[in-house]
Design a protein around this ligand. Structure first.
Ligand code: ACO
Length: 432
């Protein structure tokens, strides 16, 4: 690299010897990127980067993370501080609007979230149409897409996006709780305006019309923290999907529904469910967890230690540290003795000393302990990924908004290197 601190330039030497100068972009945390936007036009070459391991798809002012140092900050605020001092609604406001709200802004935002918590009564019929075995992620994504049918002005990006954003944040919580109630055959519980965001969700999940239900402040706090920890993670698979779909001009609801579907996969948000299934399999089969770890290391049946490893964190996941502590607190408060937690802790202890995991820089990620906390809160395993979606929603919205507001946004359209047949003549079927 050459040049002054402000204008760095990289040089690329092509096989034919031509030297191509490429500008370097530097972020506020001194991250460096070689800007190849003019490369194809200038040289005919493209870059190849499967899985986008080295490719920045955008600049962004929302979240900073340093995988080597285990740093995660939303709009400059460390995740540890937000988890301790903020709540989910305030953090959502911060992510979406760029600043912590003033007292007046917080009050208006909270009031709007409360006002928009109901879903159109006609949408209740949709829940009835799904079989009880439906995965709640299928229901959630379909319902979020359906919201665009109830608010058709969302198709026009010049309509009030703030209103759609508030509606979405509020209604997703109601949809998630309704889909759970439907799956267990209980009556739907309507939101209660006197309750805060997380308490209201717990109320809709666990209250029944025939009994009083009081939300425990400790569980409400735990849920707030869990959602804050999941609220954003810069250009991950689901967020990139939201940006990609949104870049075509698709409306907010459609873009977020696509993000929900991307999150569903077991290598992404589905991992918290996969962790519990793995721990349950070990417990019910009576397998020695050390033998299970040996199978993972020998890649038997392509086994992985679910909840371990991360594309970006190669040292530790700061969210997992907070969750491990919270897990102990919640289980102690509830008096729950969960054998799966004992297995998880033992596996973690062994894996962190094992050369296979150490050499590949595989550490517990956010999903290793979140599932155990959700179980303790009474949330069923197949709802875990829905909980993740609920938490990630402000992040998806913030990125969607940033993408829409950025005048440099172009439709996402990667290129490829073709490796198939060269041109050949069509052979009629009777001659093949
Ligand atoms: N258990 C065992 N081995 C693993 C694990 C794991 N959990 N994760 C990675 N490895 C191994 C791979 O087999 C590979 O080994 P090799 O070099 O011998 O081929 C090496 O480590 C690198 O793995 P990649 O899959 O190339 O790493 P990548 O960065 O692409 O994957 C991922 C990251 C998908 C998270 C991976 O670590 C994984 O599958 N973990 C388990 C699933 C999980 O917990 N996902 C949640 C991620 S966090 C989130 O989305 C919120």
């Amino acid at each position: 690299m050459a040049g002054s601190e402000k204008k760095l330039t990289a040089k690329l030497v092509l096989p034919e010897g031509k030297e191509v100068p490429l500008p370097v972009t530097v972020g506020t945390e001194d991250e460096h990127a070689i800007d190849i936007r003019s490369l194809r036009q200038d040289t005919g070459y493209i870059t190849l980067d499967t899985g986008y391991m080295n490719t920045g798809s955008t600049t962004s002012a929302i979240t900073y993370l340093d995988g080597e140092q285990g740093i995660l900050r939303y709009r400059g605020y460390p995740i540890e501080e937000l988890a301790e001092k903020s709540n989910f609604v305030e953090t959502a406001y911060l992510l979406i609007n760029g600043q912590l709200p003033t007292v007046a802004e917080r009050e208006v935002f909270g009031r709007m979230l409360t006002r928009h918590s109901l879903i159109h009564e006609d949408m209740h019929q949709f829940f009835a149409g799904y079989p009880p075995t439906s995965h709640p992620m299928a229901v959630l994504s379909a319902m979020v897409t359906s919201l665009s049918a109830y608010y058709p002005d969302s198709l026009d990006r010049n309509s009030s996006m703030d209103l759609h954003i508030t509606r979405l944040l509020s209604k997703v919580r109601t949809i998630a709780a309704f889909s759970y109630k439907k799956s267990i055959g209980q009556p739907l519980i309507y939101p209660k305006n006197s309750l805060n965001y997380c308490a209201n969700f717990l109320h809709m999940m666990f209250a029944v019309p025939s009994e009083d239900y009081e939300v425990s402040p400790i569980l409400e706090k735990a849920l707030n923290q869990l959602l804050i920890l999941h609220a954003d993670h810069e250009q991950n698979c689901s967020t990139s999907t939201v940006r990609m779909v949104g870049s075509s001009g698709a409306n907010l609801y459609a873009s977020i529904a696509a993000g929900i579907l991307a999150l569903w996969g077991p290598l992404h948000g589905g991992a918290n469910q996969a962790v519990i299934e793995m721990l349950e399999e070990i417990k019910t089969s009576g397998t020695d967890y050390k033998k299970f770890l040996d199978d993972v290391k020998n890649k038997r049946d392509n086994r992985r230690l679910m909840g371990f490893g991360h594309r970006v964190y190669k040292n530790f996941d700061p969210r997992a540290k907070i969750l491990k502590k919270m897990c102990d607190e919640v289980l102690t408060y509830l008096g729950v003795k969960d054998p799966l937690l004992d297995i998880a802790k033992s596996m973690e202890e062994v894996a962190l000393k094992d050369d296979y995991f150490v050499s590949k820089k595989l550490y517990p990620n956010v999903d290793f302990y979140s599932g155990i906390i959700y179980r303790a809160l009474g949330i069923p395993t197949n709802m875990f990924t829905v909980m993740f979606a609920l938490g990630r929603l402000p992040g998806w919205i913030a990125h969607w908004k940033e993408m829409v507001d950025d005048k440099d946004t172009k439709i996402g359209r990667p290129r490829q290197i073709y490796t198939g047949e060269r041109v050949r003549k069509y052979v009629p079927i009777d001659q093949r």
